[in-house]
Design a protein around this ligand. Structure first.
Ligand code: UN1
Length: 494
C-alpha cells in the first residue's frame, strides 16, 4: 500500500493547492508504489515560507537548551523506530537493508550531536583595549532556511540540515527529493511530534526543477542549504548570491582510491569494493576511480575481479549485496556512461550491462562494472557517474598517483592504501579534497567533523559537526561591544 503524504505547513498536513500529486516507486520493483505526495506549486511554497516566517520570532528566542530538548526527544523516537524507518529507506531508495539502517543511524547521530550544541554554541569573550568595556561574539540564527535534499541519503541528509538549523533557532522549509519523499516525511513527522511549535518545520513536496527552484529563489527565505548535483548546486549558489542569501551547497565527487605497492592488498580490495559498489555507487563520496600502482596492478586486479564476482545484485530487503539504481532515468544515464567508456577505448573488466532477468526484471539494476585501460582524460575518469561503475587507472610512482588523484575538477573525498608512514603524511597533505582517508575507502564520513569538498564539490559553508561545520551555515556571528565607563571612549585613539 502506498503512503499518502501531504505537505506539512504550520503543523498541519495538506494537499497541493492544485491537488496534483506525484508517485515514488520502489527502485527494486517499480510495481510497488511507495508513496503519493503533493506536486507543490508556488502557492504551497508561499504558504510554507509564510508559516516559517511567522514561527521565527518565538522559536529564535526560545532558549537553545529548550530547543535542544525537543531534538533529544526526536533522537530517541527515531532510534525507537529505526527498523521501520531503515526498511522504508531500502524500499524507497533501494540501498541494501544494513545501509538503510545506517542511513537512519546517521540521522540519530546528528540529532544527538546537534542537541548537545544547545548547551554549547559558544562564541568568544575577549579583552577590550579600553577600561570598563567588554567584547564578545555570539551566534545568532539566520532566519528562514530552505533545505533542499537529495534521494541518496533520504533520512540522513534531511537530518543533517534540520537539526543544526533548528537548534540554532532557524525555522525551515524542507523540499526533499521527489524520488524519496516518504523517508523525509516520516523523519519530519517524528521530529514535529517531538514537540515543535507549528511552522518551525515545514515540508513541501515536488520536483526540484519546479518546486525546488521556486523555493530557492523565494524572497521570503534567508538561506539555502542544498545537497545534490554540481550543475544544480551552481545554479542555487548563483541564485543565493543574486538574492543575497546565505548558502551551503554540497555537490558531486570523482573520488579516487590510491592503492600503493606496499598496501595490505586484502584490505585494499575490500575497501575498493565497498567504496565503489556500496550504495550502488550512489554516494557523492563513492570511489569512482581506483589508481593502482603498477607493481601490484596484476595482483590487485585478479583479487578485485574475484571479490566483485561474489557480489549479489538484487532487492536490498532480500539479502542482496548491491541494490538497484534509484530510477529508470538514472539507470539510463549510467548505461550511457558505460557506452561512453567503451567508445573512449576503455575495456570492461566485468559487468557493463543492465540486469533484468528473473526477480530483477521490474527494477533498475546494473551489474557492478569496472573499466581498465582508462586514461586520465577520458570522460569516465573525469565525470561523476553516480552508479556502480569504477574506472581503474595505473600509476607508475607515488607522485604519479597523487597527480592523477588530483587531476579532476572535483575534490570531495580521496583515499590511499599504503603501509608507508611518510607517504601517508604526504598524501594527507597533498590530496586536494575536503576529506582524506588513510587505509579506508572514500565513504563513511562520521558526523562530528565538517563534511564537504573543494573545487567543484562544494560552494559556501560545510555540513555536519565540528569547527567550521553546519553551525556556521545556520548562524551568523554577531559581535557586541559594551562600554560601561559612563564616558565616550575611542578605540584606537584613547
Ligand atoms: C553523500 O554521499 O551524499 O561519508 C553523503 C559518507 C556518508 C555520507 C555521504 N556518511 O559516505
Amino acid at each position: 500500500m502506498p503512503f499518502k503524504i501531504g505537505n506539512l505547513i504550520k503543523g498541519k498536513y495538506c494537499q497541493a493547492a492544485s491537488k496534483e500529486t506525484i508517485k515514488s516507486l520502489n527502485p527494486a520493483d517499480a510495481r510497488d508504489v511507495v508513496g503519493i505526495v503533493p506536486a507543490s506549486g508556488p502557492r504551497d511554497v508561499d504558504a510554507a515560507v509564510a508559516a516559517a516566517k511567522n514561527a521565527f520570532p518565538a522559536w529564535s528566542t526560545t532558549p537553545a537548551p529548550k530547543r535542544a530538548e525537543i531534538i533529544y526527544r526526536a533522537a530517541e523516537a527515531i532510534l525507537k523506530d529505526k527498523t521501520r524507518l531503515g526498511r522504508l529507506v531500502t524500499r524507497e531508495m533501494g540501498k541494501i537493508l544494513p545501509e538503510g539502517l545506517g542511513d537512519v543511524q546517521e540521522a540519530v547521530d546528528m540529532a544527538y550531536y546537534m542537541a548537545g550544541e544547545g548547551r554549547r554554541m559558544s562564541g568568544q569573550t575577549v579583552p577590550s583595549e579600553l577600561a570598563d568595556k567588554d567584547c564578545k561574539s555570539v551566534r545568532v540564527p539566520v532566519g528562514v532556511f530552505a533545505l533542499i535534499t537529495p534521494w541518496n541519503f533520504p533520512t540522513a541528509i534531511p537530518a543533517w540540515k534540520i537539526f543544526p538549523a533548528l537548534v540554532a533557532g532557524n525555522t525551515v522549509v524542507l523540499k526533499p527529493s521527489s524520488l524519496t519523499p516518504v523517508c523525509a516525511a516520516m523523519l519530519a513527522d517524528i521530529v514535529n511530534r517531538a514537540g515543535l511549535p507549528p511552522g518551525v518545520l515545514n515540508i513541501v513536496h515536488g520536483p526540484g526543477e519546479t518546486t525546488g527552484t521556486y523555493l530557492a529563489a523565494h524572497h521570503g527565505i534567508d538561506g539555502i542549504s542544498f545537497t545534490g548535483s554540481s550543475a544544480v548546486g551552481h545554479r542555487i549558489a548563483t541564485l543565493a548570491l543574486a538574492n543575497h542569501k546565505e548558502y551551503s551547497c554540497e555537490m558531486g565527487g570523482k573520488n579516487p582510491i590510491i592503492v600503493m605497492d606496499d598496501a595490505n592488498l586484502d584490505q585494499a580490495v575490500k575497501g575498493a569494493l565497498w567504496g565503489a559498489f556500496g550504495t550502488t555507487g550512489q554516494r557523492c563520496t563513492a570511489a569512482s576511480r581506483l589508481i593502482v600502482h603498477t607493481k601490484i596492478y596484476a595482483r590487485f586486479i585478479s583479487s578485485f575481479v574475484k571479490a566483485a564476482k561474489k557480489l549479489k545484485l538484487g532487492d536490498g530487503l532480500r539479502g542482496a549485496d548491491v541494490g538497484p539504481l534509484i530510477s529508470l532515468d538514472q539507470m539510463k544515464k549510467v548505461l550511457a556512461y558505460i557506452e561512453i567508456g567503451k567508445k573512449e577505448g576503455a575495456r570492461v573488466l566485468f559487468g557493463g550491462n543492465r540486469a533484468a532477468t528473473g526477480a530483477l526484471k521490474n527494477g533498475n539494476f546494473i551489474s557492478p562494472t569496472a573499466f581498465t585501460d582508462v586514461k586520465p582524460d577520458m570522460r569516465i575518469a573525469q565525470e561523476e557517474i553516480f552508479g556502480p561503475v569504477v574506472s581503474i587507472l595505473k600509476a607508475e610512482t607515488f607522485k604519479d598517483a597523487i597527480a592523477k588523484a588530483n587531476g579532476v575538477d572535483y575534490g570531495l573525498s580521496s583515499a590511499i592504501y599504503t603501509q608507508n608512514v611518510n607517504n601517508c603524511a604526504i598524501a594527507e597533505r597533498d590530496l586536494d579534497t575536503g576529506i582524506v582517508y588513510i587505509n579506508a575507502p572514500t565513504i563513511g564520513a562520521e558526523i562530528q567533523l565538517p563534511f564537504g569538498g573543494f573545487k567543484k564539490s562544494g560552494f559556501g559553508r560545510k555540513e555536519a559537526g565540528g569547527r567550521g561545520g553546519a553551525l556556521d551555515t545556520f548562524t551568523r556571528w554577531k559581535v557586541v561591544y559594551r562600554d560601561f565607563s559612563g564616558a565616550l571612549q575611542k578605540a584606537q585613539i584613547d
